[in-house]
Design a protein around this ligand. Structure first.
Ligand SMILES: C[S@@+](CC[C@H](N)C(=O)[O-])C[C@H]1O[C@@H](n2cnc3c(N)ncnc32)[C@H](O)[C@@H]1O
Length: 315
């Protein structure tokens, strides 16, 4: 697969999404087009593939990858947040989709490109916006602007970082001298708040801080909940919703929203998810599916993937 991004759990995605000739599938997280490239031929002849990504670089890459992926398939690629899926589909004047795929998080290309500022391994501007250039706040804007308690809350809630308070205090101490501008500035601040030595086998001390800020910058969890509810309402009867998540906070939202929309009361502990008067989904995967050991060996970034699938009820 391309160096841009290796698609995760492809066989499982195709099995649960079940694309068929003439059908319409929405890949709401197009990335490098890795999943779409496998889906498109199964929609031929006469099908439609709609690809969304908020990152313009992903769209350019996927456009190339999909150029020859399938004949007789209409491919529509749009730069948009997946929370705008309903309006994109309405603008494209399409029938209700038979499947919607969300493969959450960031692509390898985003993580491995220093100038995007997602990774503690590479020095670059402290950006982390998936829609870089959109004018929204960067990670640097957040760490230089927010009150200490708010930074601590973000690190604790989105990164499950036990040293959230100490790291927030160190960020605030450092920014009073000089604003944080690069990924290295943030790594140094985290190291300044940590014991000097980390034990062998421990994750990099900045892992949780970077995850937390990325989630905050892109408002990932708020957007996910809204998008899942919208996606369930958009699907054709019998249509499938397939979601791959990569950390427990995302998976909890996916599980809770799917359960609520299928009429289950237990587990609906997110503030705004109330079961609808009539269930709209049936959950197909009782437990989340993971990658096979062979896939994890070949692609270690797949190791935390969890796939859940649900089907739009027929009445
Ligand atoms: C894990 S990658 C998807 C990789 C893709 N499935 C493939 O195989 O190439 C996630 C992609 O989703 C995009 N993304 C994440 N959240 C998004 C959102 N709220 N709206 C639109 N795109 C989003 C990211 O920009 C990234 O390109």
């Amino acid at each position: 697969m391309s160096a841009y991004h290796t698609p995760v759990m492809v066989t499982e995605v195709l099995t649960w999404l079940s694309p068929r000739p003439g059908g319409c599938i929405v890949d709401a997280t197009l990335g490098g087009g890795g999943h779409s490239r496998m889906i498109a031929p199964l929609l031929s002849p006469g099908g439609t593939l709609v690809g969304l990504d908020q990152d313009g670089e992903a769209l350019a890459q996927a456009g190339q990858v999909l150029a020859d992926a399938a004949s007789n398939v209409s491919v529509r690629l749009r730069q948009a947040n997946f929370s705008e899926m309903a309006s994109v589909l309405a603008e494209e004047n399409l029938p209700a989709p038979d499947g919607i795929l969300l493969d959450l998080g960031v692509s390898s290309h985003q993580l491995d490109t220093a100038r995007r500022g997602f990774a503690f391994r590479y020095n670059g501007p402290l950006d982390m916006r998936m829609n870089a250039g959109s004018g929204g706040e960067t990670a640097a804007d957040l760490v230089n602007r927010l009150p200490e308690e708010e930074i601590a809350r973000i690190l604790f809630t989105y990164g499950e970082e036990p040293r959230a308070r100490r790291i927030a205090a160190e960020i605030v101490r450092r920014r009073a001298e000089k604003k944080l501008a690069t990924t290295e500035d943030l790594v140094d601040a985290v190291r300044g708040a940590m014991p000097l030595r980390t034990r062998p086998g421990e994750i990099h001390p900045a892992t949780r801080t970077f995850q937390a800020l990325r989630i905050a910058v892109n408002r990932e969890l708020e957007v996910l909940q809204t998008a899942l509810e919208a996606a369930a309402g958009l699907l054709a009867p019998g249509g499938r919703l397939v979601v791959i998540s990569y950390h427990s906070l995302e998976d909890r939202i996916v599980k809770t929203v799917m359960a609520a929309l299928s009429g289950k009361r237990e587990g609906t502990d997110l503030p705004d998810v109330a079961p609808p008067p009539e269930p709209v989904l049936s959950v197909l995967t009782k437990k989340p599916l993971g990658p096979t050991p062979d896939e994890v060996r070949a692609n270690p970034r797949a190791r935390s993937a969890k796939l859940r699938a649900a089907e739009r009820r027929r009445r």
